[in-house]
Write a protein that binds this ligand. Sequence first.
Ligand SMILES: Cc1cc2nc3c(=O)[nH]c(=O)nc-3n(C[C@H](O)[C@H](O)[C@H](O)COP(=O)(O)O)c2cc1C
Length: 491
Amino acid sequence: MRARSTRKKRSAPPQGLSARLLSHVTLDARTGEDIVAGVDSFSFGLGKFSAGAVERARDLRAGLPLRSFASPSRTIDKEIHLLVRRLAARGLVEYRLGRSHRKDEVVIEPQLPDYWPQMPKLRDTDALVLSRFAYMRRRADEMVLESPRSGALFKIYHQKIAAMLATLAVPRRIKQLRQQTGFPGVELLALLVDCHILFKVDAAKDKGLRPTEGDGNLVLWDFHDFLFHTRSTEGRHANPVGGLYSYVDVIPSLPAVRPSWPGERIDLRQLSAAAAEAMSPAVKLLRERHSTRDFDDRHPITLSELARFLDATARVRSTLRAPLDPDGDGGGPMLEYTVRPYPSGGASYELELYLAVNKCEGLPRGFYHYDAGEHALVPISVRAPEFEALLKAAEFATGAAAAPQILITIAARFGRVSWKYGSIAYSLILKDSGVLTQTLYLIATDMGLGGCAIGPANIDLFAKMTGMDFHVEGPVGQFALGRGATSAALR
Ligand SMILES: Cc1cc2nc3c(=O)[nH]c(=O)nc-3n(C[C@H](O)[C@H](O)[C@H](O)COP(=O)(O)O)c2cc1C
């Protein structure tokens, strides 16, 4: 049975917090018709609402206090709550904190579609400290406070609030903070605790801030690695991802081939020229390898081909034990290692294969983990919309006409590497992922199958599907596999 991550439900609505439409969002609200939100040339229907709700929805432009629609018994409150949740799910609202109507002090910008401001109960005697993953930086002309663990970022408009937050480099009790000028109110502190930007410290039980902040898996993450992981994947931030060509009008593209260094060249062309028949199978395989994005769905890959593919690429060949300290007297702890077909930094072999099987002859459609030790596929029950979303994203990322026959997600057990390597752990994991990806390409080519690496992977979707926290095990690569549309004749 898989463990689902548990999120505590808290219902108290933040007192001074208002939901506000983002400035570039329009709301077309007419009684009896769907309320429609517009962003640039896109529009989203939000459903039909009563005349009273339509009238109140107009206040979302300036900001509608969350407490004003908190009552679960009044129908109009329930309607407004639903409308704001639908806007929030599409990333069209932000939340402002401010004592005056004119001046924002803090604005919360959600980063996850299911972010909803929550305020855990705090007492004056509680001591709070900043997370070691939290940071404040300039973004355009604003100061933003964020964290890879947080579901939202906080725009800080008041320098006294920024200064007060900086004092939380060491734990301070809330009653102490109340004495400081610029104390923003306990509401902001609670919102920051909810987002893991601040956390509570119990002086009596504290064994150090790092272990107090999270479980063993979180302890092993360094700041830069965790930020890199969450910001260079999809799912836990609201920034655009993919080939954006952001500077196409500003900076010319670097040339495809590096201009030569000056000086005399040693020409290798004559030396390496070899007749095609003299080419080794490995060289031929490398030359034949290419990306395949469209698959022959009339003749999908078979279970036996998949078994041979996984055997050749990822199966554990043997296990061995070696001392932690090979130069020691042999009395130290022993560590377990495996031997597999591809190389891995420190023989960590932290990468796991998860298969979204769309079309495979002999294997039911579904989500599976490849148990590399047992050479077996283990079904994982997942919700249908999430499974379909995973396949749809692969179809979109490859620009293909249909989803791949099998989508392999390469997930890392991060702690397996960071336990040893610390600050270079994440870069090693990405290199391992590249090495494995090339192995998948080459064996697919060798077997007359087709494949394509996929850059973006959604770490939040994977966490929802598997029930594993995103800092424990998560995607670092993807690979579409199947019988290529043009390779059908090879069958
Ligand atoms: C790390 C990596 C990420 C890639 N991501 C994508 C992707 O998201 N979508 C896609 O269609 N191709 C993707 N590709 C495939 C490349 O576009 C392809 O390798 C490149 O165009 C060279 O073509 P070839 O593989 O056919 O030789 C990726 C390749 C690598 C190595």
